[in-house]
Design a protein around this ligand. Structure first.
Ligand SMILES: *[C@@H]1O[C@H](CO)[C@@H](O)[C@H](O)[C@H]1NC(C)=O
Ligand SMILES: *[C@@H]1O[C@H](CO)[C@@H](O)[C@H](O)[C@H]1NC(C)=O
Ligand SMILES: *[C@@H]1O[C@H](CO)[C@@H](O)[C@H](O)[C@H]1NC(C)=O
Ligand SMILES: *[C@@H]1O[C@H](CO)[C@@H](O)[C@H](O)[C@H]1NC(C)=O
Ligand SMILES: *[C@@H]1O[C@H](CO)[C@@H](O)[C@H](O)[C@H]1NC(C)=O
Ligand SMILES: *[C@@H]1O[C@H](CO)[C@@H](O)[C@H](O)[C@H]1NC(C)=O
Ligand SMILES: *[C@@H]1O[C@H](CO)[C@@H](O)[C@H](O)[C@H]1NC(C)=O
Ligand SMILES: *[C@@H]1O[C@H](CO)[C@@H](O)[C@H](O)[C@H]1NC(C)=O
Ligand SMILES: *[C@@H]1O[C@H](CO)[C@@H](O)[C@H](O)[C@H]1NC(C)=O
Ligand SMILES: *[C@@H]1O[C@H](CO)[C@@H](O)[C@H](O)[C@H]1NC(C)=O
Ligand SMILES: *[C@@H]1O[C@H](CO)[C@@H](O)[C@H](O)[C@H]1NC(C)=O
Ligand SMILES: *[C@@H]1O[C@H](CO)[C@@H](O)[C@H](O)[C@H]1NC(C)=O
Length: 604
């Protein structure tokens, strides 16, 4: 028969052990609270022992096991400041630790290595720094580690590659300053599904062994300094849904059957690398793709029509060397009209020639951004482009478009940026432009527009940049535009046929940095209101016939760095105050009424 006293002894022992363990957990929690320095009045006030009818297991953010051991600590988004106490290592039953989205700083205490049950660790979005202690992989079974958006440094391979993390499924180190290479030993992490190392300082090759971890379905290595090629093994990861290596130094061609081998891709981000070759038509078989970002590489050849059968939200192919010449080469555009979720179509800076197909007008009304600037597209803007009423940005610039801007462009009233500079546009600017009241940028330079500027442009009260230079505009300078105090960057009216004086409304341009009215037929006195333009950095008034002296108001513009008065007909004397603006410099005043003052030089 089992001796009763022994049984009693055992019971007593286990009871005291439990009490002792409780003590450990409560002490560790109170030590945690003590190391947080900004929680007076916050969630941790409730972490106290004054209510004896409840235990720490009821404290907010704390979850206990049946045996009253802390198994989860979740204090995400509580505004916690301070450090993570080393006592955290005493919560030895902890499975989940979520301290994300706080303001914690300091390092991860090495004692965390004692949390041998830890499966889920999220410290993302804090201000933690330092190296990761190799002991982290003493916790034998973490499945999910997120250290993103902190300031961690040091190499990743010494702690990540040591083994011991073989059950890791998710590792996210994004937005830190981790360095070194991705060592082949990382390929021991054989259960990995999701790896996110974006925005660090990793360099060297991508190990081909990583591509042998067949459970991988998301790989994000963007914004590092990785070089070499994408190892062929990666194209066998048939369950891959996301692949991001954008902004690195990678090169090589894409396999022509890429879409057949990675049929589950939802996003493919390869932008800002040195990839070459054709775009694979097989991408059409990756039917789930919603973001295809291949910009700023050296992709060549025609856009396969199959690209138009994809239905992405974002199709970014800008800054490559893609070509088009015939209507057939633009077929992809017609096919894309079936895609109602298309939000961004960016073909900026390629070698696309020929004529924009009229089907462009049938693209999705959801389309927010359409960029075809910097190509060699000719012909007129297709009739009906103003059906694209969802557009925030339309870039037609730097092509060979002819004809006039359609009147109904005024229907695109969500536009914030409308680029049509450096084309062969003719005719008057439509007054319906005044309906585009959200417009921030309006570059019209380098065309053959004529006639007066529409007075309706005075309604564009969000506009910060307006450039009408290098056209054939005529008439007096439009006072409505000079009334736009929103203009903070540039107002350029130079190289046209405007006549008359600078209107007194110029005094409304109190936020403007650059005002250019060079090379028109302007004449007459400068208005005194000019001195209100206290933000002006550059004022170009060359080829302006004042027929008077320089008004002393100019000298009140304290920030002026460049004043071009070359080829003016001046009379009288240079106001003394000009010299007081900043010292002596070079001043040319020939008898041919020629004057150039570069204050930049002048002031140093
Ligand atoms: C202790 O916590 C309880 C809630 O658990 C709270 O109502 C009380 O105000 C706290 N006491 C102190 C002194 O902060
Ligand atoms: C202590 O906690 C219990 C259970 O939450 C609650 O009913 C009681 O009002 C609390 N007592 C004090 C003094 O806060
Ligand atoms: C922590 O709590 C937040 C909000 O209550 C929840 O969204 C999050 O999933 C929790 N974290 C874990 C690891 O359970
Ligand atoms: C951790 O627990 C041990 C007892 O197991 C105790 O001696 C030590 O002070 C605790 N450490 C911290 C930092 O609370
Ligand atoms: C987390 O940090 C990232 C990177 O700093 C930031 O972009 C993101 O907005 C943060 N998340 C939240 C919810 O604050
Ligand atoms: C990790 O475990 C090893 C052996 O099990 C031990 O020697 C080492 O001290 C541990 N590291 C930490 C930080 O606990
Ligand atoms: C990485 O280091 C650079 C240079 O020291 C610093 O400017 C940057 O803010 C750091 N990034 C992070 C996420 O800590
Ligand atoms: C594209 O190729 C040209 C010519 O070889 C090279 O000068 C340029 O740097 C390349 N661009 C990229 C993004 O690799
Ligand atoms: C798409 O997949 C089908 C079926 O496997 C195949 O016959 C076809 O050639 C593929 N399309 C492209 C453009 O590779
Ligand atoms: C759009 O889809 C419909 C139905 O799937 C099809 O009949 C039509 O030919 C497609 N149009 C284009 C331009 O692809
Ligand atoms: C511009 O707006 C006015 C008044 O809201 C409207 O009558 C006119 O039809 C619009 N013009 C265009 C081209 O959208
Ligand atoms: C000043 O104007 C003259 C005449 O238009 C021009 O040649 C010169 O480049 C301008 N200089 C500066 C610094 O703007």
């Amino acid at each position: 028969m089992f001796p009763v006293f022994l049984l009693l002894l055992l019971l007593l022992r286990s009871a005291s052990a439990t009490t002792f363990s409780h003590r450990t957990d409560v002490d560790a929690l109170l030590a945690f609270k003590a190391s947080i320095n900004n929680q007076r009045g916050g969630v941790l006030d409730a972490w106290n022992t004054s209510n004896t009818t409840t235990t720490f297991c009821h404290w907010p953010g704390v979850v206990c096991s049946q045996h009253s051991r802390v198994t989860a600590l979740n204090l995400t988004s509580q505004g916690l400041g301070g450090i993570i106490t080393p006592s955290i290592g005493n919560l030895t039953f902890l499975k989940t630790l979520d301290l994300s989205l706080n303001n914690l700083d300091g390092e991860i205490p090495p004692s965390i290595a004692r949390l041998s049950h830890l499966r889920y660790l999220d410290l993302s979005n804090n201000s933690l720094h330092g190296n990761i202690h190799p002991g982290l992989n003493n916790c034998t079974s973490p499945e999910n580690i997120n250290l993103g958006a902190n300031h961690f440094t040091g190499e990743i391979s010494p702690w990540l590659g040591l083994g011991g993390l073989s059950s890791l499924k998710v590792i996210r180190l994004w937005n830190n300053n981790f360095t070194g290479t991705i060592l082949p030993s990382l390929t021991n992490l054989s259960a990995l599904q999701n790896i996110d190392f974006t925005t660090n300082q990793l360099q060297g090759d991508i190990p081909e062994g990583l591509g042998r971890i067949t459970s991988l379905n998301m790989i994000q290595l963007g914004q590092n300094r990785l070089s070499g090629i994408i190892p062929a093994t990666f194209f066998n990861l048939s369950s891959l849904t996301g692949f991001n290596v954008a902004v690195n130094e990678l090169h090589g061609k894409l396999p022509s059957n890429l879409g057949d081998r990675l049929p589950n891709l939802k996003y493919l981000l390869l932008g800002l690398n040195h990839f070459t070759g054709n775009l694979p038509a097989s991408l059409v078989n990756a039917t789930e793709i919603y973001t295809l970002e291949l910009s700023s590489n050296n992709f060549t050849g025609r856009l396969p029509r199959e690209i138009g059968m994809l239905c992405p939200d974002t199709l970014s192919l800008e800054v490559n060397q893609l070509t088009a010449a015939t209507a057939k080469d633009w077929e992809f555009m017609t096919l894309l009209t079936n895609c109602t979720r298309l939000g961004t179509l960016d073909l900026y800076f390629n070698n696309l020639g020929g004529v924009l197909p009229s089907s462009v007008a049938n693209l999705s009304a959801q389309l927010r951004e359409l960029d075809v600037g910097y190509n060699q597209i000719s012909g007129k803007i297709p009739f009906g482009i103003s059906h694209l009423v969802g557009l925030n940005q339309l870039d037609l610039s730097n092509n060979r478009f002819t004809g006039s801007l359609p009147d109904d462009i005024g229907r695109l009233n969500l536009l914030q940026a409308l680029y049509f500079e450096n084309n062969l546009f003719t005719g008057y600017l439509p007054s319906s432009l005044g309906n585009l009241t959200r417009l921030v940028i309006l570059p019209a330079t380098g065309n053959q527009f004529e006639g007066p500027l529409p007075t309706s442009l005075g309604s564009l009260q969000e506009m910060t940049i307006a450039d009408f230079s290098h056209n054939r505009f005529t008439g007096p300078l439009p006072k409505e535009i000079f009334n736009l105090s929103s203009l903070s960057n540039l107002l350029d009216l130079s190289d046209n046929y405007f006549f008359g004086p600078l209107p007194p409304q110029v005094g409304s341009l109190t936020n403007l940095a650059y005002l250019y009215v060079s090379r028109n037929n302007l004449s007459g006195p400068l208005p005194n209101e000019l001195s209100n333009c206290q933000s002006l950095t550059e004022l170009r008034l060359d080829h302006y016939s004042f027929n008077s002296s320089i008004p002393s108001s100019i000298s009140k513009m304290q920030g002026l760095m460049l004043l071009n008065l070359t080829k003016n007909t001046l009379s009288g004397v240079i106001p003394q105050e000009l010299g007081l603006m900043g010292g002596t410099g070079e001043l040319y005043l020939g008898h041919t009424t020629f004057l150039a003052i570069s204050l930049k030089v002048w002031r140093t």
